[in-house]
Design a protein around this ligand. Sequence first.
Ligand code: AMP
Length: 288
Amino acid sequence: MQIAKTITEARAMRSTTPGKVALIPTMGALHDGHLSLVAEAFNYADEVIFYIFVNPTQFAPHEDFDSYPRNIDDDLAKLASVGISKVFMPTVDEIYPPENVPFEIDVPNLNDILEGKHRPHFFGGVCRVLTKMFNIIQPHYAIFGQKDYQQLQIITALVRDTNMPINIIGAPIIRESDGLAMSSRNVYLSEEERTHATALYKALQQAKNLIETAGETDPAAVESAMHDILSAHNFKIDYATVRHPHTLQPLDCIEPNLTGGVVALIAAHLGNTRLIDNMIIASPKNDA
Ligand code: AMP
């Protein structure tokens, strides 16, 4: 396995990688959700460059940058098992040397709502690191999970509106057998919290049932049902909401036949652990 630790090494690795190249950005502590992105990448590209970088600029000072799980040896073994042979694993100083200007990229309307409202550092840091990584690797494709739904919308807008010649690909959410979306942060959950954590998926399924099966058109009714399920399982809710699938703006009404449906999004705390999840839901059919 070829491992680049510096930008110079990463550029050399890229320039000797033939064909179409996909980049998979991650913060490591890899699980099957991350590994599913590899299979998705090989649907599009001849070669995949995987990066592992716990990006400090997307964490607020009170968040878990220092304690974020890091299992490099384990990660590299998992990557080798799914056919990855090129990894970029820079240090923080390599990506953010002291002389760097701390620029931030704003994606208005998308980055100050939902996650951006509760984690004001987050998307500025994500866009900053991805702009750097895209410029260093210059991939044809970059693969992201729909698990981080708002992030996927923001990156799609960033790349489209700054004319970066990169195709952004979204990949489905991979879940545990009881529905909990895989996440590096699931290891923080106690045994008891882990049993309650399935309420995230249950709340999303309830939203789906209400909209797709019962034909509910009032977003407030759906949101109230999601809140009830989450509260009954000790979640402290940042948001549990139904939004337009691209603009992520609130909806007055879940209109029938809305192209792309709607998206239900949740962020909530179980003890000290903050979890996010989402589900695309078809809007009700109106054959009249
Ligand atoms: P992270 O390491 O948490 O920053 O995630 C790196 C990438 O993996 C992001 O594009 C995530 O959306 C994606 N990802 C994380 N968890 C999952 C999952 N359960 N299913 C699919 N993709 C995921």
